[in-house]
Design a protein around this ligand. Structure first.
Ligand code: SAH
Ligand code: SF4
Length: 466
């Protein structure tokens, strides 16, 4: 467990430490052995980062982290609300715990993150999942020790879905779970209100961390030997702290000495500037990978999505990125079947794929989210039809992605070794975020090595250490 420097709200952090100590004493008296907690995280990397902070706090409260929920006395679901499918998976997983919760008196179940931050879901949880002991939203997570103390000291259910003040809490403990890769949130929330998206409703207004806190955190991580630092934000390009913007932050982070990779996600095309791409191109540590969600390739749909760029503007941006970084990997997110979208418009998205040649894609079928503008639009395309478009989209990307992988054969790429592979002994990632497998010794895990790409099976790369 490590601590990060700088505290914007030291009283708040200290108060939580006091709750953590009280709870640790209470748990020591209640359980013969140290109680275990299992955290199950759904959704994006922002949730992963939140879970790492909650893990740090739970350790402070006297819990031991465990991988198997069957071993745990506390199971915490950190949830995602971006699509209905994500919510259904959570409901299914939590529902399956009902019997165990009812028969095992020492078990407690908690649910947090984006789902309960929506009022109607919090209400649904209250009504339909009375065996869930603890429910809190994204804004309350820094107060986890306090919430748990309430739960364990009173034995009563605890609900906290307050709207929050959109503050940033510095100085919470973090359990990163890895000594190699670290997430560093640089901004929170989102003000873009893309018409399909629930994130601004559950994560609050956009706010940026103090640059010095970020620089200190990254410097500390590099000194500890972390090899991959990923800067996180719903839209990192709009990072701004009193005029100190994202290109400047990236440039200053890049100047930190050491052997490490710097990544960032997510970039919104409307705020991704040529200056930013120039900083990437000049960088020593910055991976030449740009995750730049386009969502679709048709101007009318882009406008209805409130994305605030045109297909041509996106293509120009991608072209400039390639001009200054010919080896850059561009990845993206696509939504199929936005309300009112017709087949012709969907074909514009296919054309976008052919023009940009994305290294990989996250593809989604549109899912209406309560409280968003798009949820009120008429939607006359049957689900089956959307599924057909979706399959057409993924088939095209498989083909284009495989061609791109094939073009890497014979090249030698720098790879960060991550874990044992599925087919060969080891697996790692390239700067472009592509997974490569190769043979080698376990001791290489966490190291940078050069790998010559020997073959590509579809989008699976295999190589040899040079
Ligand atoms: N902040 C990030 C995205 C967060 S959500 C960004 O702006 O890129 C991640 C992805 O989920 C989005 O890019 C979008 O493709 C998808 N998504 C969001 N809301 C959705 C919805 N209602 N239905 C389907 N996909 C959605
Ligand atoms: Fe959602 Fe758009 Fe904000 Fe991304 S930029 S989180 S898609 S509203």
């Amino acid at each position: 467990m490590e601590r990060i420097e700088a505290s914007i709200t030291p009283q708040q952090v200290q108060q939580q430490q006091e709750f953590a100590s009280l709870l640790a004493a209470l748990l020591a008296a209640k359980y013969d052995e140290q109680p275990k907690v299992h955290i199950r995280t759904f959704g994006c990397q922002a949730n992963e980062a939140d879970s790492q902070r909650m893990a740090g706090q739970l350790q402070q409260c006297g819990f031991m982290l465990c991988d198997d929920p069957d071993d745990a006395q506390l199971i915490l679901f950190n949830t995602c609300a971006v699509r209905e499918h994500a919510e259904d998976r959570v409901f299914g997983n939590v529902g399956r715990l009902k019997q165990r919760r009812q028969s095992d008196k020492s078990l407690r179940v908690g649910l947090c993150g984006c789902m309960p931050q929506q009022e109607h879901v919090a209400e649904q949880l209250k009504q339909s999942f009375p065996f869930v002991d603890l429910v809190f939203g994204t804004h309350a997570s820094p107060r986890l020790p306090e919430l748990l103390y309430k739960l364990y000291s009173t034995g009563r259910r605890v609900y906290d879905i307050s709207a929050g003040q959109n503050e940033i809490v510095e100085g919470l403990p973090i359990e990163r779970g890895s000594g190699v890769a670290a997430f560093v949130p640089i901004m929170f929330g989102c003000d873009n209100f893309c018409s399909f998206c629930v994130v601004p409703l559950v994560r609050g207004r956009e706010r940026s961390r103090v640059p010095q806190a970020i620089l200190d955190e990254v410097r500390g991580l590099v000194q500890q030997g972390y090899r991959e630092i990923t800067l996180l934000g719903q839209n990192v390009n709009s990072y701004n702290h009193d005029g100190y913007d994202f290109p400047r932050l990236l440039r200053e982070l890049d100047a930190i000495p050491g052997d490490f990779w710097l990544r960032f996600t997510t970039s919104h095309p409307k705020d991704c500037t040529r200056e930013l791409l120039d900083v990437m191109a000049a960088g020593q540590h910055i991976c030449r990978h740009l995750h730049l969600p386009v969502q679709c390739g048709d101007d009318a749909i882009l406008q209805a999505m409130n994305r605030r760029y045109t297909a041509q503007q996106y293509l120009d941006l991608a072209a400039y990125a390639r001009q200054v970084m010919p080896d850059i990997a561009i990845t993206s997110d696509i939504i199929v079947g936005f309300p009112g979208e017709n087949y012709e418009q969907f074909c514009d998205t296919l054309e976008m794929l052919r023009q940009v040649r994305f290294a990989s894609l996250f593809t989604f079928i549109y899912s209406p989210r309560k409280g968003t503008k798009a949820a009120e639009l008429p939607d006359d395309v049957p689900r089956q039809e959307k599924v057909r478009w979706f399959e057409q989209l993924t088939a095209l990307q498989d083909e284009l992605g495989a061609q791109l992988c094939q073009s890497l054969v014979g090249k030698t790429l720098r790879v960060l070794v991550e874990n044992p592979g599925k087919r060969l002994a080891l697996a790692g990632r390239t700067a472009g975020n592509q997974i490569v497998e190769f043979d080698g010794n376990d001791a290489l895990i966490g190291q940078f090595i050069d790998v010559r790409i020997a073959q590509a099976n579809g989008w699976k790369l295999e190589g040899e250490i040079t």
